[in-house]
Write a protein that binds this ligand. Structure first.
Ligand SMILES: [Zn+2]
Length: 328
């Protein structure tokens, strides 16, 4: 029996500030509600927003049925947008809302995108901070660092050093024993060297505080679409993850062979890898068109650094090097 699903890890670098609005389907629209993880209070991109953006971009890439890109609402002529055909790579991968069965959830499901590494200005240049919870967002890094290894008021780096400021906060710097396995795991995820060399680990509590006090806050003005002039009392501020933030999300790709659409076998994709290949078509668009709102204000572009099968990190008996070299 073939496997029923495969999980793929995605790691991306923000090349613009990322405004994490509540509605990813509303590309380019003003929406200053930021989405936060309820536990860590760290901003995230909801999986539903990611799914909407991926759907729109993959449909741009190869669009056999033009109605399949959007939300699939009923159009003015009474037809429904999504075709719902077993040979449509958009509807089978991202789902559709039509038919006697009430639709299909889609073969790809998107987890929320979480902050893996967050850039903070210091007197020694930017440092990228992370924490046990942040590292748990990727299977490749989830077991390396535990909260009990960390005290609540220290920045853990490659080497012991003098105290360092993270924004306004001054912290003692201690050498972290597991820094090397962490650096290797980040290397396997294609995190660039200039970031890996400047990673610091914080406790979860401190990480939340540092992220929230170093978000980018911008002020902007809403433009009246009728007149093209600034709307009265339309000045608003919004928060964004800064450029240089490293985000991680998982996409679960189900096996098309285990599903039927409208009573027929799915022909658009055949394996979980096929599903992931369709999903990956969106990545060049993520880099050029971005996610979230404010696309017209030079925000939201993400460069995907890594997109491959999730491989949990496991320590070796002799001290923490990753056990398996990555295949492929
Ligand atoms: Zn379709």
């Amino acid at each position: 029996m073939s496997k029923s699903f495969e999980v793929f890890t995605h790691v991306a670098l923000a090349i613009d500030p990322i405004h994490v609005g509540t509605g990813g389907a509303r590309l380019g629209r003003v929406d200053n509600t930021i989405v936060r993880d309820p536990v860590t209070c760290v901003p995230k991109i909801p999986g539903s927003s990611l799914a909407g953006v991926y759907r729109a971009y993959t449909a741009m890439e190869k669009n056999k049925y033009p109605g399949c890109a959007g939300l699939g609402q009923r159009r003015s002529d009474g037809t429904v947008g999504h075709c719902g055909s077993p040979d449509c790579s958009v509807c089978t991968v991202f789902g559709f809302a039509r038919g006697a069965s009430g639709g299909f959830a889609g073969l790809a499901s998107f987890c929320d995108a979480h902050v893996l590494l967050f850039p903070v200005p210091t007197r020694k240049g930017p440092f990228w901070v992370t924490s046990p919870i942040a590292l748990r967002s990727a299977r490749e890094t989830e077991n390396i660092v535990q909260n009990q290894d960390l005290d609540g008021i220290t920045l853990y780096c490659e080497k012991e050093d003098r105290a360092l400021n993270l924004g306004w906060l001054m912290l003692p710097v201690k050498r972290y024993e597991k820094w090397q396995p962490l650096e290797k795991a980040l290397e396997a995820l294609n995190v660039p060297g200039y970031i890996r060399q400047r990673v610091g680990v914080l406790s979860d509590t401190l990480f939340g505080h540092v992220v929230n006090s170093n978000l980018e806050v911008r002020t902007s003005v809403a433009i009246d679409p009728e007149t093209g002039a600034a709307e009265e009392q339309a000045l608003f501020t919004y928060e964004a993850l800064p450029r240089g933030t490293v985000l991680v999300w998982e996409v679960t790709c189900r096996n098309p062979a285990h599903f039927k659409v409208g009573g027929e076998e799915i022909s658009a994709v055949k394996t979980p890898e096929d599903v992931h290949n369709r999903v990956q078509l969106a990545h060049p668009y993520l880099e050029h068109l971005g996610v979230g709102g404010m696309g017209t204000r030079g925000m939201g572009r993400l460069r995907v650094l890594y997109s491959g099968p999730a491989k949990p990190w496991e320590p070796t008996p002799d001290g923490g090097e990753p056990r398996n070299e990555r295949k492929s």
